[in-house]
Ligand binder design. Structure first.
Ligand code: ADP
Ligand code: MG
Length: 686
């Protein structure tokens, strides 16, 4: 069975198995999904005399002499060979006498590599060697090149793959794709596709667009979508809390607002309200750009719950965000007679006890908090709506932990990280989505400029004018290659530099600070105690300081576009004219220039996310925490956008009809192949 875990495998010395499984995965199937990245072409076979200098050739030769280098010299080990038509010298670096033992004079070998030297004295440096008794057609072919790790060689992978392919050939699962689809796409049977991935006959077979690879990409995306849809169906099986359409509070809120809701806000709210009134539990994602007004959308959902005599909970990833949501809500909702509360990690014992009691007996309508909300001692009287901010900072388990405290509550997830549709389908495929794209009217656009780091002194000097207007400045320090300590050093240095120019007006914020310290600095800045906030990237999430009008980001070229967009979103939140200055260190690569130009040209987070995905690939767009959700083995989220949509459609069709035993077996095989064991189990039981 290819789904067994690898304990031993042909070609891999037992003590290298852990290293090997770390590279490819721990099942035989994973070996099959570890496909070559390129290939070496050994198809040009020549006699030595005819082998063109500069070309990669395969030749059959006999060893006539070994020439060992002098001891301790760095010179190569030379082997003289001939094939009767001419002489060829093979050069090996960093080798020792074992080579002579292994290949004594008289040995016949296939050698392969680039011919160097003069017409008469031909040589190959570090040729690849194959036993001379191997038949020509097994040597003169395309040799796959696999991604490797230290200690694992191509040869090991050839052997391991060959034995796994043999196991695969004995599997009995039928193809899960319909003959009609295969015919239409000109795709091969799955066994043939996998076989071909490892045994390319042509350079084109290594192309991601080749029929075999497209088929496997589709398989992977299909497995993914089947898993997501199944999880969704499972969750819908149990009826959720069905709210009744009562909008007294929501109407009152609308009347109390000094502005009208944007069309996007209204549409999102309507979609949510409709979902909440269904028996089917809601699982909806609200995606909105920074400042697009998601908060009101979340609050409007809560009001429907409360009009139904229920409670709502909102979980945010950091304390400062929870506080911000709480304070914003209080301002709007207390005048309507609602009772909001905040649950913090650190609270006075008495205060905490009272909050928990009030929550348990229904005296609190809406509770805001961090992870503190999922602690065991938190109980609700009647929780029917859960709102989760910045979902990607929470796992699915945390979402479930909170919902399990309620009466099959509806779930609303909000994220300020715009994700291109294809990516969101892959990452959040199970969620219905509402988009809040349009910004409320009356925002002055942020002017973004791109400058070299050399301008830093004059930029620092010009802050004086900003401060004089009673406005505030964010100064984000360079991201130093994934080292928090180095990030901190850079921030500290910048803090000292600015604090010299503007004594007592500069605050420092960094990731090494305790959450309470961070909150204290942030609060002081928010209250205007400091005018300049120097920070590492910790200010990223939605903190709101309306007086901040200038964002300076050093080494902007090192940041992901999505991250720059998030950072820039910290300014331009009020009516004041705002600026963003992106500093870079020359020379800037072509791509680097293109990326910063995008930031200069647009404030549309969705467009930026789309471009970011195009330029850098999916990991960056979602941020590191989330990229784990969309790591694919074969499919390419960018290149295969169309396939994602097709796979989703195909998955829906599959699940819409009852399955025969044979279909179940083949789909289970597919799901297992791509490590969706949970989904495979569901398919079996459902
Ligand atoms: P985000 O989507 O980043 O959470 P917020 O909900 O914080 O955005 O909204 C940003 C600001 O816009 C808030 O000050 C809010 O009061 C204001 N706002 C929200 N909706 C509207 C609207 N329809 N018209 C005018 N201002 C609005
Ligand atoms: Mg419902």
């Amino acid at each position: 069975m290819i789904f067994n875990e690898i304990d031993k495998i042909k070609g891999i010395p037992p003590k290298l198995v852990p290293k090997f499984t770390k590279l490819v995965g721990n099942r035989y199937a994973d070996v099959l999904l570890h496909i070559p990245a390129s290939a070496i072409d050994k198809r040009k076979v020549f006699p030595v005399a005819d082998a063109p200098v500069g070309a990669r050739c395969t030749l059959k030769v006999r060893i006539v002499n070994h020439r060992a280098p002098r001891p301790r010299s760095r010179a190569p080990w030379k082997i003289d060979t001939t094939d009767g038509t001419g002489e060829l010298t093979l050069l090996f670096f960093n080798t020792s006498a074992w080579i002579e033992k292994k290949y004594p004079v008289g040995t016949e070998l296939w050698v392969s590599g680039q011919i160097e030297g003069l017409l008469t004295e031909k040589q190959i440096v570090q040729p690849e060697l194959t036993d001379g008794t191997t038949p020509l057609k097994e040597v003169a072919k395309l040799w796959p090149v696999y991604p490797l790790t230290a200690g694992i060689t191509q040869n090991m992978l050839y052997k391991a793959t060959a034995s796994c392919l043999e196991t695969l050939s004995k599997e009995t699962a039928k193809d899960w794709l319909s003959p009609a689809l295969l015919e239409h796409k000109k795709w091969p049977h799955y066994k043939e596709a996998i076989h071909k991935a490892h045994n390319p006959e042509d350079i084109m077979d290594l192309d991601h667009q080749s029929p075999a690879r497209q088929r496997l990409s589709f398989d992977e995306l299909l497995a993914w979508q089947l898993a997501l849809l199944q999880a969704r169906q499972l969750c819908k099986k149990e009826p959720g809390f069905q709210h009744i359409a009562k909008y007294d509070l929501f109407n009152k809120l609308q009347q109390s607002l000094p502005f009208t809701l944007t069309a996007d806000q209204q549409k999102a709210i309507q979609e949510i309200h409709t979902d909440m009134c269904l028996e089917e539990p809601m699982l909806r994602l609200v995606q909105g750009d920074v400042g697009a007004g998601k908060t009101l959308v979340g609050l409007s959902a809560m009001l429907l719950a409360i009009d139904n005599g229920s409670q709502a909970a909102m979980m945010a990833p950091t304390e400062i965000l929870a506080i911000q949501h709480y304070e914003g809500a209080k301002k709007l909702l207390e005048p309507l007679g609602l009772r909001c509360a905040l649950l913090k990690g650190k609270m006075k014992a008495k205060e905490k006890r009272e909050t928990l009691e009030a929550l348990a007996n229904g005296d609190i309508d809406i509770i805001f908090g961090t992870h503190a909300l999922i602690q065991d001692k938190v109980t609700f009287n009647r929780l029917t709506l859960v709102v989760i901010d910045e979902q990607h900072r929470f796992g699915v388990e945390q979402r479930l932990a909170l919902t399990s405290k309620g009466l099959h509550p509806d779930v609303l997830v909000m994220t300020a990280t715009p994700i291109p549709r294809t990516l969101s389908l892959t990452a959040y495929g199970d969620m219905d989505t509402s988009l809040v794209k349009e910004k409320p009217p009356g925002r002055t656009p942020i002017t973004t400029t791109v400058m070299t780091q050399e301008k830093i002194d004059s930029i620092a000097g010009s802050i004086e004018r900003i401060i004089a207007k009673n406005e505030q400045v964010y100064w984000v320090c360079p991201l130093v290659e994934e080292s928090e300590t180095a990030d901190l050093t850079a921030a500290t240095e910048r803090f000292e530099y600015l604090n010299n120019m503007y004594p007592n007006q500069v605050a420092l914020l960094h990731g090494k600070m305790k959450p309470t310290e961070k909150d204290a600095v942030m609060t002081a800045f928010k209250e205007g105690e400091y005018r300049i906030l120097v920070s590492t990237t910790v200010i990223e999430v939605g903190v709101d300081v309306p007086q901040s009008t200038t964002m300076i980001i050093e080494h902007a070229e090192r940041f992901g576009l999505a991250q720059l967009h998030q950072l820039r979103g910290r300014v331009g939140r009020g009516a004041l004219k705002s600026y963003c200055i992106l500093l870079y260190t020359a020379p800037l690569s072509h791509m680097g220039k293109e990326r910063l130009d995008i930031m200069r040209q647009t404030e549309d987070g969705f467009l930026i996310a789309e471009k970011d995905l195009e330029l850098r690939g999916p990991g960056e767009t979602l941020g590191t925490q989330q990229s784990g959700h969309v790591t694919t083995r074969i499919a390419d989220i960018m290149e295969d956008r169309e396939l994602i949509l097709e796979a989703r459609q195909y998955a829906k069709e599959i699940l819409s009809k009852p399955l025969t035993a044979e279909q179940k077996q083949s789909l289970e095989f597919l799901l297992q192949l791509f490590n969706k064991q949970d989904a495979a189990r569901l398919l079996h039981s459902g």
